[in-house]
Design a protein around this ligand. Structure first.
Ligand code: ZN
Ligand code: ZN
Ligand code: ZN
Length: 345
């Protein structure tokens, strides 16, 4: 993410901040400004103001569970732009479920911020847009884990928020970067396939199929083949992760997620001064060329891995994208860029 600072005292503050640790100012994230701002009490007790914003604000109703986002006061909803995408969530009496849910919401806010910063639009699921985006963050005890994407709905099993469970799956499926945010980035990749590839012209579809394969191949049998222990070993020169080999649409989703990983990590490295910032913009996908992004990312990845080795920790980024994997990442980048460039002109 970009750098956030307290406008009253100048201290660096986190994306998740609700209060400045140095000067005590109330802070909140304004989605329309992509920024953490100082909040002041308005004359009405539940309302807040921000310098330069002419309408009153509310804190999101999920503030009690760590949401620091704000929204326009007096409107039809009491949830922020990110929280109101959630359709299914655990009951408040389910304390372990609520804990898992709020940690997933925290990762989801990073996702929504990144999509907005990239200028990748989405529709909320309403009566007017029934195919819009919604999240079910749930766990059905005794039932198989249900994470996945179907027609605009991202279902995320709350057990994925458990470090133990995720570590187990990370090893079982050889996915070193398996994480909640990684999972959300994968599932949203399916949503954007429809918007950036599937709904587009014949040339785009043909380019997609040349790189990723034909997405019309039977999905259930492809997934069954992936879970067969006798499947061929993962070839990192062809697919960014083992799961990407399962089906062309999974390859797209994994590649899309990886593109968001690199964009965000590079932006953070440049914003925090870990990497030199020699280009105008806010980092991330603000270059028209993926080769340029990768050139900036490679030394950062090598650097953070070297730092991890100094601390006796495993590689932070144990991958080296090359060959067809880079071509696929470039295709994702080109699709994202063409959908978002209006913002950067
Ligand atoms: Zn401050
Ligand atoms: Zn919220
Ligand atoms: Zn998927």
């Amino acid at each position: 993410v970009r750098r956030f600072t307290c406008e009253r005292c100048g201290a660096d503050v986190a994306f998740e901040s609700s209060r400045c640790a140095r000067c005590g100012s109330e802070l909140g994230y304004l989605p329309e400004q992509l920024d953490v701002r100082v909040l002041r009490q308005a004359s009405s007790p539940s309302e807040l103001t921000v310098d330069g914003v002419d309408h009153r604000l509310w804190r999101c109703l999920n503030a009690a569970w760590g949401c620091n986002w704000v929204l326009a006061a007096g409107g039809p909803t009491v949830w922020c732009r990110s929280c109101r995408l959630t359709r299914g969530r655990p009951d408040e009496t389910n304390t372990s479920g609520i804990e898992a849910w709020s940690s997933i919401e925290s990762a989801k806010r990073r996702l929504v911020h990144q999509l907005d910063a990239l200028g990748l639009t989405f529709d909320e699921r309403t009566q007017a847009t029934p195919e819009g985006l919604a999240f079910d963050l749930v766990h059905l005890p005794g039932r198989p884990e249900v994470s996945g994407y179907f027609e605009g709905v991202i279902t995320f099993d709350l057990t994925e928020a458990s470090d133990e469970r995720r570590d187990e799956l990370r090893r079982q499926f050889a996915e070193p970067l398996r994480s909640v945010i990684g999972h959300l980035r994968h599932e949203i990749g399916h949503y954007y396939w429809n918007r950036l590839v599937g709904a587009d012209d014949v040339t785009t579809t043909e380019s997609f199929r040349r790189l990723f394969g034909d997405e019309r191949v039977d999905y259930p049998s492809a997934i069954a083949a992936y879970y067969n222990p006798l499947r061929p070993p993962w070839d990192p020169a062809l697919h960014i992760t083992p799961y990407a080999a399962a089906h062309p649409l999974e390859d797209w989703a994994e590649t899309f997620a990886h593109h968001l990983h690199i964009s965000d990590a590079l932006e953070t490295a440049e914003a925090t001064g870990l990497a030199a910032r020699d280009r105008v913009g806010t980092g991330g996908a603000t270059s028209s060329s993926f080769a340029d992004l990768l050139d900036r990312w490679a030394p950062v990845a090598a650097g953070v891995n070297a730092v991890a080795a100094s601390l006796g920790a495993p590689d932070v980024y144990p991958l080296t994208p090359r060959g067809p994997v880079v071509e696929k990442l470039s295709f994702v980048h080109e699709r994202v860029w063409s959908a978002s460039q209006w913002r950067w002109r």
